[in-house]
Design a protein. Sequence first.
Length: 329
Amino acid sequence: MDKISIIVPCYNEEEVIDLFYPAVQAHVEKIPDCKFNYIFINDGSRDGTLDKLRELSAVHDDITYISLSRNFGKESAMMAGIDYADGDAVIIMDADLQHPPSTIAEMISWWRKGYDDICGKRIDRNGETRLKRFCANLFYAAMKKFSTSYEMQRDVGDFRLLDRRCIEALKLMRENQRFTKGLFTWLGYRKKEIPFEVQPRAAGQTTWNFLALFNLAMKGMTSFTTAPLRMMTFLGVTVSFGAMAYMIFVLMMAILYGDPVAGYPTLMTVMLFLGGMQLLALGIIGEYLGQIFYESKRRPIYLVDEMNGQKMIYSPRRVPIERDTQSSD
């Protein structure tokens, strides 16, 4: 019998927790020769999500909840679930039921046929604003153009089934600034895309906004390609040659025809253009330096505060152990 761990990152999902478990359980209990367990990750929620998870875990033996010490972000919460998952495979799902549970059976079917990474691919982006669709298309086009070693999967997110060897490979990647979509693609292995239609949220409001998506896109760009730095190098060389050619042109015009040198408007235009290009280059370099700054600290990706009612501490080996309430500490 195959054991499947379902990882569910949660941030302020109080209104949907009670709906998620029965909705998924109604589908997975029909899948033969499979035993399922759930790992809910409370990513520093500010509502009653943790209380709901405590109640569920007290009633259902197949539910484990892990509460992080603060909000580390969805990428880190997913990694926590992957670290603690003990199944032959894991399925990552959102708690809001926008990922249809009916797709799980098909994922497992393809997994049993030998695929290692079975990912859900959204059919369309209906319901999104034009700006969001435009930015998404721009991001995928840029990643396709700049990434030389692999091609980013388009319209594929975190909803997927991963084989145990994909899980063990992900555990090797302890980088702090995580872009999991890129890591999934970078892993390789046999992949299978399953189209699905994104469902409306079962309840509550999304916590994702344009700024959060922009930050995630920037993290993806700086984590998996150095093309922006190379572009600024080429642009700098081009501008330098252009400036030299223009200087020669101005000197020749002044010597041969006595034309006066262009005045204040031209000078200001050139200065503003070059100043803007310099600031842009510094900004791109700063993004990469920021990545190096955070990674050089070698801080853990997340910290666990509580697991199934037990307070947790970390040993020097980063192995979670149960707090000894009888010690003098």
